[in-house]
Design a protein around this ligand. Structure first.
Ligand code: SF4
Length: 252
């Protein structure tokens, strides 16, 4: 609940008159069995509507450990977990956040579309495609939605990539359908001042209760080689200094 990335997007999305963004979380462990026993579909905190009634389900995934929790959330929402089993009747499932930014592949069977990089930079293009796709037909045309968004820089739609394997099970090649990039470039915000990130939700039971959080830096300049916090936010080799320069000087 206290994650500033998630709160910033929540704020940006709800600032649009034609967008409603609501929250849903994995229930506490002691409540999980109750959801399953009663077959209560998971619902949003704001309007308490079942998640399956929304047009889009967007997961913010910061840690690899949450990959399995995404599958549990889909199960509790009574939504098929595998992407190819979800037709127009179900919400489009998208994911972003540092864990998929680092490597979306473990979730590529389950997520329709990934936003790689900093979503603030992509969000207006994303919303424009959503408006066009939803308003034109009045229903969720999944293939059209994915084809249009798959051409937006920073968006990765796994279904348009064909992966072939060697006999040993290693990836031999990953070829996109015509019109989609061979290499998806992540998006980043060149000037963080454009999107000030600060707490917008205050609740009594969170890790940072009774605190107002403000983002003063993104990533970490210390550059420990084993840690993703620095590497995922390197903008370019020149901009990476002192972070990357330090690795080149001392470690490589
Ligand atoms: S471990 Fe990561 S977050 Fe911590 S100081 Fe090193 S680079 Fe920064």
């Amino acid at each position: 609940m206290s994650n500033l990335g998630f709160q910033t997007l929540y704020q940006i999305l709800n600032a649009h008159d034609d967008v409603v963004c609501e929250r849903a979380f994995l229930p506490e462990p002691e409540d999980l069995q109750e959801y399953r026993n009663t077959q209560t579909p998971l619902f949003s905190l704001e309007s308490q509507k079942p998640l399956s009634s929304f047009d889009i389900l967007a997961f913010s995934i910061s840690f690899e450990n949450d990959f399995l929790n995404v599958l549990t959330l889909l199960e509790l929402a009574h939504i098929p977990s595998e992407s190819h089993l979800r037709n127009e009747k179900y919400p489009w499932v998208i994911a972003g956040g540092v864990a998929v930014f680092l490597n979306p592949e473990p979730m590529s069977q389950f997520v329709d579309l990934f936003i790689l990089g900093e979503a603030e930079e992509v969000i207006e293009e994303f919303l424009e495609v959503c408006r066009q796709t939803l308003s034109k037909k009045g229903k969720r045309e999944k293939d059209e939605f994915l084809r249009n968004l798959g051409r937006v820089e920073g968006v990765y739609v796994p279904t348009f990539y064909r992966v072939t394997y060697t006999e040993a099970g290693k990836i031999r090649a990953m070829n996109p359908e015509p019109g989609f990039p061979r290499k998806v470039k992540r998006r980043w915000v060149p000037k963080l001042d454009q999107f000030p990130a600060q707490s917008t939700l205050f609740t009594p039971d969170t890790e940072f209760k009774e605190m107002a959080l403000v983002e003063v830096n993104r990533g970490c300049p210390r550059g420990c080689r084993f840690c993703a916090a620095c590497f995922v936010t390197i903008l370019s080799e020149t901009e990476a200094s002192p972070c990357l320069n330090r690795f080149q000087g001392k470690l490589f």
